[in-house]
Design a protein around this ligand. Structure first.
Ligand code: AMP
Ligand code: ZN
Ligand code: FE
Ligand code: FE
Length: 281
């Protein structure tokens, strides 16, 4: 992968990481401890559709590491999945909290509708077990897949997705998602800066430029899924549209995904994000 050049002094920031409040494996405390072990100067926690990790993470981080409050909102445009990162938003902002509670309720409703379909299909699972499996996290298909395995209705996770939960499965229901414009507006109203996460190969330039016209402030250039060609493409687009270039490891779990800090950006990126958010240095 093409990495941003290391600045003198080498203060590095990983701006994309998940905790067990979404689909990560680690608690906020354990993630902060890992960030210190990895000698990061700054860490952004960007859980999917929740800010619950940010309070405990701030307590754990204290002055030892700069903790950047973040989120990764699930959004969709037609068939295109667009994840929007928000940095330096105020996790206590009431309209944000309310919208996230409603979003989680929509996800719960979808999970229970899938449970109902599975019952009709002769593959019943215990809804309480599905909810318990999600723990503090946002409920989703992986938890339904686990329940199908436990109940003996599927041989493997793959089998559960192929037969029931995947796009072509018999119990498939699309996930709720924000409209990208709503996600960008929500992030900004909460005092944050919006950044398009890992556009990868699927998102056309035109869509990114449209989002920029709607107020998008940045694009995630450095990400485990971006090869050198992708990095060049997004850098050119960022230069053309005045977007802030960010990056991170999209860390989920030790051993499972790219390790925390293995994709990082110079701390100078934080300066630009703070300027854009109006946060004092
Ligand atoms: P959801 O957000 O509830 O739609 O669930 C999406 C998650 O399901 C993804 O992040 C993956 O972890 C998991 N997933 C999707 N498709 C598959 C698959 N074919 N096999 C295993 N896991 C999958
Ligand atoms: Zn995730
Ligand atoms: Fe994502
Ligand atoms: Fe992510």
């Amino acid at each position: 992968m093409d990495r941003p050049p290391a600045p003198p002094g080498g203060r590095r920031a990983d701006l994309h990481a998940h905790t067990h409040f979404s689909d990560g494996a680690l608690s906020p405390e354990a993630l902060v401890a890992l960030a210190l072990e990895r000698e990061l100067a700054a860490l952004a926690i960007t859980d999917h559709d929740t800010v619950e990790a940010l309070g405990p993470a701030r307590e754990a981080a204290r002055d030892a590491i700069e903790l950047v409050p973040g989120i990764e909102l699930s959004s969709a445009l037609g068939g295109l999945e667009l994840h929007l990162l928000g940095y330096f938003l105020d996790p206590a902002y009431e309209p944000l909290r309310e919208r996230l509670v409603r979003f989680r309720a929509e996800r719960m409703g979808r999970a229970m509708a899938i449970v109902e379909r599975l019952r009709e299909l002769g593959a019943p699972v215990d809804p309480d077990e599905v909810v318990a499996a999600a723990g503090p996290g946002v409920i989703g298909r992986p938890h339904l897949a686990d329940a199908l395995l436990k109940a003996g209705h599927a041989e493997t996770l793959d089998d559960a997705f192929r037969r029931y939960l995947g796009r072509h499965g018999q119990a498939f229901i699309p996930r709720p998602a924000f409209h990208p414009e709503e996600a960008i507006a929500l992030i900004h109203s909460a005092g944050g800066v919006s950044v398009l996460a890992h556009p990868g190969a699927l998102v056309p330039d035109g869509v990114i430029e449209e989002l920029a016209a709607e107020g998008l402030r940045g694009v995630e250039v450095w990400h485990p899924q971006h090869n050198a060609t992708a990095v060049r493409r997004f850098r050119a687009l960022a230069a053309k549209r005045g977007l802030i270039e960010t990056g991170g490891s999209d860390f989920h779990a030790p051993g499972r995904s790219t390790n925390l800090g293995d994709v990082s950006v110079p701390a100078s990126v934080l300066v630009r994000l703070k300027e854009a958010a109006g946060v004092p240095e």
